[in-house]
Design a protein around this ligand. Structure first.
Ligand SMILES: [Zn+2]
Length: 261
């Protein structure tokens, strides 16, 4: 089998994989959004980060004695409250996103995969991803199985370790990770932009964000792109290893202590 992508495998290859190996095979679903990401990054930034991380996890698990993984086609539509009016953004409701996630997984697990891992890179999906994980472990998606919920932004503590200012949205953390997984980040000198910034009330959502910050970036302070690009590989390796470690340790606990119940 040459590919670890579900959309590149045949049904027969999937059957052989699940029946032929002694390993526990699961699906990894990359989840992102289609949302403005400032002048440096494309609208599919989060989706590309989730996909890149999922592919690296699947590749690393090839060497693992117990677990293996195949990457699903990614899920790129999500709620983006506050960015709906910015050019290119495609924002859907929280309920549509959550229902879609559960429906996709309910169908996918009719094939006897032994676990699912959701790699989510868009913060507004958080609650829906957790709900899907609960539905999986309670058997509400058709059968009981562990769904590991991994949110890439939970690993932004590693940005500080490599000397970056994480910045939540379109900040140095995302610039560095996009460069690591995809490459071709546009270099923008933030200090030269000089457009008017309006303070954003942090607990009021749905505001048009173009006027309040440079071209939609809501990272504050604005990212130092050069610094993020320089540290991208170091950060990417740390994040990959952390995600792989969390998948394996969560599955180990589930299969050793919870599965019998
Ligand atoms: Zn993002």
């Amino acid at each position: 089998m040459d590919s670890l992508r579900l959309d590149e495998l045949t049904s027969e290859e999937v059957s052989n994989l699940l029946m032929g190996s002694g390993k526990r095979y699961g699906l990894i679903l990359p989840v992102g959004c289609t949302e403005q990401h400032g002048p440096e990054l494309p609208l599919g930034c989060d989706t590309a980060i989730a996909r890149g991380a999922a592919q690296n996890v699947a590749k690393a698990l090839m060497e693992h004695p117990v677990y293996g993984a195949v990457v699903m086609p990614d899920f790129p539509y999500a709620p983006s409250p506050g960015a709906e009016e910015v050019s290119g953004t495609v924002s859907v409701s929280f309920s549509w996103m959550g229902d879609g996630l559960c429906e996709i997984l309910a169908s996918a697990i009719k094939t006897p995969w032994q676990y699912v891992a959701i790699v989510n890179a868009h913060a507004h999906n958080h609650g829906r991803v957790i709900e899907a994980s609960i539905a999986g472990s309670q058997g509400r998606l058709g059968r009981k199985l562990p769904i590991v919920a991994l949110n890439v932004y939970d690993y932004n503590c590693h940005a500080q370790e490599v000397g970056l200012n994480s910045g939540q949205h379109a900040g140095e953390f995302e610039i560095a990770l996009y460069e690591y997984y995809v490459g071709s980040v546009k270099y923008v000198d933030g200090k030269k932009q000089g457009d008017v910034r309006r303070e954003r009330p942090p607990r009021i959502f749905g505001l048009d964000i173009i006027p309040r910050s440079r071209m939609g970036v809501i990272s504050d302070p604005p990212p130092d792109t050069a610094r993020a690009l320089k540290q991208s590989k170091e950060l990417g390796l740390l994040v990959d290893n952390a995600i792989i470690g969390d998948i394996v340790s969560n599955l180990d606990i589930y299969f050793s202590q919870w599965m019998q119940q």
